[in-house]
Ligand binder design. Structure first.
Ligand code: PHE
Ligand code: ZN
Length: 860
């Protein structure tokens, strides 16, 4: 019944909780089907909410055995229990502080939603963010209620972990104490037959911290890189942000069944095993980079998220945007800054711009939601980070450092808001951020058009840039006032010298001009350097000018961007006009490929063609309905044209970069492998898979193995390789995920649905495991032309699986449903097919709140 009319929650309804909690004591008696949770909670009235109030505690799927207040059982008439929680009437509560005690029973083994306490591969683990603690016991499960926790775990399993510091343990029990007040979403418990990789870190004030990574017995040999990443993260946060760790131990646990990437529980981070386990043979360079970044991300949350948390879930980007920003800074310090920036912009455009341009658009700080789990989005995370990057650009590095120091000093131990965050910037820098705040409250990606004017003069000419910003309407927000946009600009002489170094222009009006005077000749402008703001820059540049920037721009991001724009122009004209690839583009690409002075990782990025989804978006924005088959064909044609034209240099690059010596996961070695496999992927279009077949036999690392396998699938000669790969890796779930994913992503579009269907029937398709489900379904959605095949077969298959998954794990189903968010772009036939599937989902009885909110919003 509770899903019949899901309730919308509004930011404007926020009220402090009427009680405070002085401390929490929990005792767990673990049993797979009947775990007992005993809670003792010391409540006191909250002066911020004067008057007498009922005691409301969240609770879902709990069997209540007893409830007492100050030792006396709560009378049945004084207590009401619904599907959402429990209310004790104010009349039954003492005037001042009181002790609440309850005993509940829960069923971890029956918990397939993987939220609350659940079992994964024989171990107990928890996931409480955002609102999972209410499935463990009755509690005010909201982030502004913070308390110190003591936890006792009773179980015969050898390893028993919770938050904070270990207090004591004996045969069949262990006790933990977390002195730092925290919201319930940061609670964690793990129990299992685990082994650990130990290490330690001494903080700059001399505290020795025991570090451990806990995994299942067979996985211990793949933890070293994660541990190394953790130690580098701890050091970096001290060096760059002055943030020290604050407990005696830091534990990380890898679990196979996890809805998300990882979770920053205080002192006990829980990770999806794919973001911990890595060896050269099993993990790609991309996996290594992600592990490093996510280990850092979760560790950084200790200050940005845990010590300072969010007042309510509308403020989610306060912790996530900032922590993503920090992990991006970390990765760019550990690796290459320019390459990291390009990768981040690629992700931002592929996921966040796509979201912002469709029916799911929302601001980084939304003001209403039905299910908070549906708001762990690219907008909250990635755009949230971009907004902080703009703030930093506007106030400068020093201003940013002062503001952050003030933030930690002023709000440590608190649950804060975006207003608090902006206030520390105002107070630390004296800057008024009233207009800047719109970046948090308004949805949509601004479109920035630019016009150039050159006026020669006696004492030198004047070059004027006139910008106009327009943000298209998004659901529920029709009118978009202008925002502050930092536009980083540099000017180049026709000979390639920089005449005006990077300057940040601050745009605040709908239309605004900026003049550069005293120039000897008309310059070439490099605009939005470093992608200084998350906007779409519309610039009617000539191919020759783009080629010039690709050859000469001193800003590496814009250099790449120029090549990207050229490639997109070429592809759009191939799709819409049957044009041939332009000479400007091909010759510029050739020069770049041959430029040995350029970072191989950068060259690899330049060789990567825009994705089909990206082209579909570009065409849709230009008012055309994208034809997935034509887009696919054009992209293949261009790849073949590049391979044919540069066969010699590509083959030479491919050979010259053959892996020599022992494997290293570092950025330089990864960059060489990236360039090598980028060359391979192009050559594969003309060598019939010959090189890929040879590489597949010889490869000693997963980056090359997986790349070779992908090429063989595309060349339609992968059967023996797929069988060999499966036989070799059948015991390794993470590698078998790749085996599923590659087959669907690289399937010929007309066969994609059929391949997915066949794989769904494979005995290894354990659809209850989120990684496996995502490998297959996410893989299908990533095969643009396959997913959008005109028959509608993929749509149907996908919708069937969403329904099946929803009954078991609503979060996964809801997240995967975003594959349909772009449906309005396509032609009437495809739109009708998608709408029919979405309507079918929506009409299904018993649908989760998660998936029903998503289908409703996608349908609009
Ligand atoms: N807070 C986690 C992170 O970003 C993400 C997460 C959200 C994990 C919800 C699980 C559940 O680091
Ligand atoms: Zn996070």
């Amino acid at each position: 019944m509770k899903d019949a009319s899901p309730q919308t929650i509004y930011l404007s309804d926020y009220q402090p909780y009427p009680f405070r909690i002085a401390r929490v004591d929990l005792t767990f008696g673990l049993a797979p089907r009947a775990t007992r949770v005993h809670s003792r909670i010391e409540f006191a009235p909250n002066p911020a909410r004067p008057g007498r109030h009922d005691l409301f505690l969240h609770g879902e799927k709990l069997r209540l055995h007893s409830a007492r207040i100050d030792g006396k059982p709560v009378a049945a008439e004084a207590m009401a229990i619904t599907d959402e929680g429990l209310t004790v009437t104010a009349r039954a509560l003492p005037d001042g502080p009181f002790l609440w005690e309850a005993e509940v029973e829960i069923d971890p083994e029956g918990n397939t939603a993987l939220e609350g306490l659940y079992m994964s591969g024989g171990m107990y683990c928890t996931q409480c963010e955002a609102e999972g603690f209410r499935k463990i016991t009755y509690y005010p499960d909201r982030p502004d209620v913070m308390a110190p926790f003591k936890v006792r775990i009773e179980s015969d399993l050898p390893v028993l972990l919770s938050n904070g510091n270990p207090v004591a343990k004996g045969a069949g029990w262990a006790e933990w104490n977390d002195p730092w007040p925290k919201p319930a979403y940061l609670f964690a418990l793990v129990a299992g037959n685990l082994v650990n990789l130990p290490d330690s870190f001494t903080t700059r004030s001399g505290r020795k911290v025991d570090l451990n990574i806990w995994v299942r017995p067979g996985d211990l040999d793949r933890c070293a890189f994660a541990m190394d990443s953790l130690i580098r993260s701890m050091k970096w946060d001290e060096d760059v942000y002055g943030r020290e760790y604050d407990l005696d131990v830091f534990n990380i646990v890898a679990v196979d069944d996890f809805n998300m990437g990882a979770m920053e529980n205080k002192g006990l981070n829980i990770f999806n095993s794919k973001l911990v386990l890595a060896s050269p043979e099993t993990a790609t360079d991309l996996d290594f980079e992600r592990i490093e970044g996510v280990i850092a991300h979760e560790y950084f949350h200790n200050w940005t998220g845990n010590r300072i948390t969010c007042r309510d879930w509308f403020q989610l980007c306060l912790k996530e945007g900032l922590t993503v920003f920090r992990d991006q800074q970390f990765t760019s310090d550990m690796r290459s800054g320019p390459v990291k920036r390009i990768e981040d912009v690629l992700t931002l455009r592929a996921r966040q711009f796509r979201e912002d341009m469709g029916p799911l658009a929302h601001p980084p700080r939304p003001d209403h939601f039905v299910e908070i789990n549906n708001f762990y989005t690219a907008t909250v995370y990635e755009k949230g980070a971009e907004v902080i990057g703009m703030l930093k650009r506007l106030v400068g590095d020093d201003g940013y450092a002062r503001a952050l120091d003030l933030y930690f000093e002023r709000h440590d131990g608190e649950a804060a808001t975006i207003e608090d965050w902006l206030k520390v910037f105002e107070d630390a820098t004296g800057r008024d951020l009233t207009q800047f705040r719109r970046w948090y409250t308004d949805a949509g990606t601004p479109r920035l058009t630019v016009a150039e004017d050159w006026a020669p003069g006696a004492g030198g000419g004047t070059f004027t840039l006139t910008f106009t910003q327009v943000t298209p309407p998004t659901p529920g927000q029709d009118i978009k006032p202008p925002r502050v946009i930092p536009v980083a600009v540099g000017l180049l002489n026709p000979n390639g010298d920089e005449v005006v170094p990077t300057t940040v222009l601050e745009m605040t009006e709908a239309t605004q001009s900026f003049a550069f005077e005293g120039l000897a000749s008309r310059p070439v402008a490099s605009i939005l350097r470093g992608f200084s703001a998350p906007v779409v820059l519309e610039r009617a540049a000539l191919a020759a000018e783009r080629a010039f920037l690709l050859a000469h721009d001193t800003d590496p991001f814009n250099r790449w961007e120029a090549g990207r724009a050229l490639a997109k122009d070429v592809l759009v004209r191939m799709v819409t006009e049957d044009a041939a690839p332009s000479e400007d583009y091909l010759s510029a690409l050739g020069r770049l490929l041959a430029d040995e002075a350029l970072d191989p990782a950068f060259r690899a990025l330049c060789l990567r063609l825009p994705s089909e989804d990206d082209l579909a978006q570009t065409l849709a924005e230009a008012g055309r309905s994208p034809d997935p088959d034509r887009i696919h064909a054009a992209r293949e044609d261009l790849a073949r044209a590049i391979a044919t034209r540069f066969e010699g240099p590509l083959a030479q690059t491919y050979e010259a970069l053959a892996d020599a010596g022992p494997f290293s996961p570092d950025a330089a070695a990864a960059g060489r492998r990236a360039l090598r496999v980028a060359a391979l992927a192009l050559l594969n279009r003309i060598d019939g898979g010959a090189r890929a077949a040879a590489l597949f036999e010889r490869a000693t690392n997963m980056t090359e193995s997986a790349a070779a396998l992908a090429c063989l699938i595309e060349a339609d000669r992968a059967e023996p390789a797929l069988a060999a790969f499966h036989a070799r890796w059948k015991e390794n779930r993470l590698v078998i995920d790749k085996w599923f994913m590659l087959q669907v992503v690289h399937a010929a579009p007309e066969r994609a649905a059929e391949v997915a269907e066949r794989l769904a029937a494979h005995p290894d398709f354990d659809w209850k495991n989120p990684n496996r489900a995502r490998a297959l379904l996410g893989g299908l959605a990533a095969n643009h032309a396959g997913f959008h095949a005109a028959s509608g077969a993929a749509y149907r298959f996908y919708a069937d699986w969403l329904l099946r998954l929803d009954a078991l794990n609503p979060q996964i189903a809801a997240r995967l449903s975003t594959a349909f968010e772009t449906w309005a772009r396509y032609d009437a036939d495809r739109r009708a097919l998608v709408a029919a599937e979405l309507e079918r989902i929506r009409a299904t009885p018993g649908l989760s709140r998660d998936l029903s909110e998503m289908t409703g919003r996608i349908l609009g």
